[in-house]
Ligand binder design. Sequence first.
Ligand code: ADP
Length: 627
Amino acid sequence: MTTPAPETLSFKSELKQVLHLITHSLYSHKEIFLRELLSNASDAIDKVRFNSLENEALLENDRDWTIRLAVDREANTLTVSDNGIGMDHDTIIEHLGTIAKSGTRAFLERLKDADAGTRPELIGQFGVGFYSSFMVADRVTVISRAAGSTEAVRWESDGQGEFTVAPAQRNGRGTDVILHLKDEEKDFLETWRLRGLVKQFSDYIEHPIVMAVEKKIEDKTTLEDETLNSQKALWLRSKADITEEEHNAFYRQISADFEDPLKVIHVQAEGTPSFRALLYLPKRKAMNLQFGDAKAGPRLYINRVLIQDPCEALLPAWLRFVKGVVDCPDLPLNVSREMLQQNPLLERIQKHLVKQVLKALEELKTAERETYADFFKELGQILKEGLGRDWERREAIADLLLFEHLKGDASKGITLAEYVEAMPEDQHDIYHLAGEDRAALAHAPSLEAFKAKGWDVLLLTDPIDPFVIPGLPEYKGKALKAADRHAPELPEAEKAKAEAATGAFQPLLDLFKTKLTGLKDVRLSSRLKESAVCLVAAEDAMDPHMEQLLARLGQGHAPSPRVLELNPEHPTVKALLARHQADPTDARLESYAHLLLDQALIAEGSRPEDPTAFLARVNELMRNQLD
Ligand code: ADP
């Protein structure tokens, strides 16, 4: 029988870029290649073990799960072997050459942004998986046999742009990754070096990582198998025994995050069900969370057998940024993925986990406010979704919110509890105003009365706020109200004065109403102190900022008509009243009505409806003054 010639294939272009960087510019943290290969080997074993739950034949009577390291000093090779799921001809081409995993693009983008000095760090942060082998090897051979198949396949590459694939022989299922080490990397043939690296990065891998090491007994040197890792799943160890480094390494392994976690949450629940969990809060929003459709959730293990990753049923969507592991021996091993969704035990686990996460966030907020504020800037947007989706936890979520506010500086947020605490006696409600940014909001005419009274207002600058804050109609018995729709209540004496003023102004207001189309109403204002006019939403209308956002998303409809409010104390408005009383037919009144409306639009950061007409009116006004 003649052996067919190997096929030669080209790496996908993104992978070529990664390989080029790996072989040409990245020199530090080379040792992470071992972590990546061991993790792949462990995943491969998890996969075959899980698949064998339904198809025992895949095991081929080999359930002695082992990852093996072997060195050959003469050939200068280090081999990582596993008896996992293996790969066949097509999968090996796909996985080791043509599919760039989702993180690859992000990795390349980061590299482009970063200056050369920080580059070497990045490889360790991103972990480009299998390809990191080329940091230490000038040639890599992979021999693999897929579970259930009798044929093996041999993949080989020097990492320069092409790889070959050919049929091969292998005893039993699994994969050997053979690294032909570069001359200067012979270090990785040393037992002490490999032992140290396994301890440092891969100690918690649950399958034994075994290596034959030289043992001297009475001058005779023999080779003996040594298990290099303690194998104890991190989540099964007691809290006090786990070091920060171990947490960091484990978190990176399970999260694809390139930073250390912000906080670790240990959960050990006894009862029905009993389970253990290690949850991690990230520092930053992962790229794939940006768009809300990413699958997320902790990993689910049953007695250390990986069942689902991620398991969405373990946490609600508004906590989808939480990473981690849950191990529940009380669940039946043969539970199907569909069944998991409705399993009452999982619901109970979820409840418990949510409570723990909220508690951890609360503690962080109290103990380390600045760190919490940074966290909230990154992930608060996702957390807030819970206000509308989870009525039971609404109050607890509300306690975690941070807002910008009128009286505070831009960097520090305020909580609802702090806001309520600072409310003067005559203020009964919580006021907020939504808008683009702090600067525009702080000068909004609708806030003048609040400023005059010394009342604080929450500034809703997060684009999601108008969608989620209505999910919180009250907090601790205090109603949340939009400041542009609800002015502070006037004292009785002022109310009477305002009513009297309305009587005198009515004819002028009526004239404005007929001359200015598209408005819901024109009325006197109790909220203005300095400005002459402002535009407010009608009490029954949608939040105007929300309307703008929807319009931008292409979901807008015609904006709801608004209300123009006039400040009866303002000299310009007073002069208009006098003019109207002297001669209601004065043509300038109509022109000034338009100018006032345009003023209101400019003050809130909008454009006059017809800028040309606006300029013509201003010019006419200037001319009249100069004549
Ligand atoms: P990642 O492991 O992050 O997905 P890698 O580049 O390290 O990325 O590996 C790509 C894919 O190749 C893996 O997802 C897996 O499907 C396959 N693979 C790698 N190593 C092995 C192995 N030892 N056994 C089986 N499949 C493997």
